[in-house]
Design a protein around this ligand. Structure first.
Ligand code: C2E
Ligand code: MG
Ligand code: MG
Ligand code: MG
Length: 294
């Protein structure tokens, strides 16, 4: 107990119980943290983009476009190769580096999006989603940082969608107030990984969000589990009642896509359509899709 208290006081409370596996993770985490700091300076981080596609026909001819891309960070480590964000984003969050890293992703993605608008014209993606971490949402410079990215890239605030996780948005009034400040800039907010947190459909009406992203774990069970299907249906119903739109994450098969369509989900994202792509490949994907549609 005393040891744990000391460890917490020393600022790394989550590693307070020392089993060998955990020791290894701490050591690896610390190494990663140092290397991640250098990665930012050495241009080892880059951004990939995964298409988000419309699952429903447009309501009226000139409604807001439903298609877009989500920006996802990647780290090409000189020795380890590609390191998964599932591994380094938590390290960045723990060390505070996520604030700088997140702003880097936002800036790169906004500039890239503006470039697509110039070079692809009508074939350019309709919106840009960027993930915001809990620490980033709380950081003092967030609003100014987002505003600067909008100004410097020249993209319309309405096309930018910031993704926050469900538990975060529901957590406290300060977080919700920060979301309202972001919305005042004109940007949109999406609730990421919905269904995996502790909040519920009952809280959705309190959250200043525009979009609900149904977590991949629900989509992957939808065809075999009536329970998961019912939860997806209820989520979509409640979201629509509140004027929010919905995205199904992690669609991998045509039958999953058909089911999400039948459940009136607005948009879909997943390997069925495309994996996250580097900027050039994403432009090719958009052009090919445009040609097919024509
Ligand atoms: P997320 O925001 O929920 O992003 C979706 C993740 O699901 C991505 O993993 C994407 O590659 C993956 N995915 C998409 N479609 C499919 C599919 O059909 N099947 C499967 N199995 N997976 C699919 P990724 O890129 O590894 O990112 C993992 C998580 O790391 C993200 O989850 C997000 O929470 C975090 N992350 C990634 N980039 C950033 C970033 O720039 N900032 C912050 N704060 N977090 C990020
Ligand atoms: Mg996301
Ligand atoms: Mg997600
Ligand atoms: Mg997810």
């Amino acid at each position: 107990d005393t040891a744990m208290y000391e460890a917490k006081r020393n600022g790394r409370g989550r590693y307070a119980v020392f089993d060998p596996g955990m020791h290894e993770r701490v050591a690896r985490g610390l190494v990663l943290e140092g290397e991640l700091r250098q990665a930012l300076a050495r241009d080892e981080l880059f951004v990939v983009y995964q298409p988000v596609v419309a699952l429903q026909p447009p309501a009226h001819g000139d409604g807001p476009r439903r298609d877009g891309v989500e920006a996802l960070v990647r780290w090409r480590h000189p020795v380890r190769g590609l390191v998964s964000p599932a591994e380094f984003v938590p390290v960045a969050e723990e060390s505070g580096l996520i604030v700088e890293l997140g702003l880097f992703v936002l800036r790169v993605a906004c500039l890239q999006f503006a470039d697509w608008q110039r070079t692809l014209g009508a074939a350019a993606p309709g919106s840009l989603a960027v993930n915001l971490s809990p620490l980033q949402l709380r950081s003092a410079g967030l609003i100014a940082g987002v505003q600067a990215c909008l100004t410097d890239s020249g993209i319309a605030p309405q096309v930018l969608q910031l993704e926050v996780t469900e538990s975060l948005a529901a957590q406290d009034e300060a977080a919700r107030e920060r979301l309202r400040e972001l919305k005042a800039l004109g940007v949109r907010i999406a609730l990421d990984d919905f269904g995996t947190g502790y909040s519920s459909l009952a809280c959705l009406h309190q959250l200043p969000v525009d979009t609900v992203k149904v977590d991949r774990s629900f989509v992957s069970h939808a065809e075999t589990s009536a329970y998961h299907r019912a939860l997806i249906e209820a989520t979509i119903r409640v979201a629509q009642t509140l004027g929010m739109d919905t995205v199904a994450e992690g669609i991998e098969t045509a039958s999953q896509a058909a089911l999400m369509q039948a459940l009136h989900c607005d948009r879909g994202q997943g390997y069925l359509y495309a994996r996250p792509l580097e900027a050039g490949a994403l432009a090719d994907w958009c052009l090919q899709r445009g040609l097919r549609a024509a």
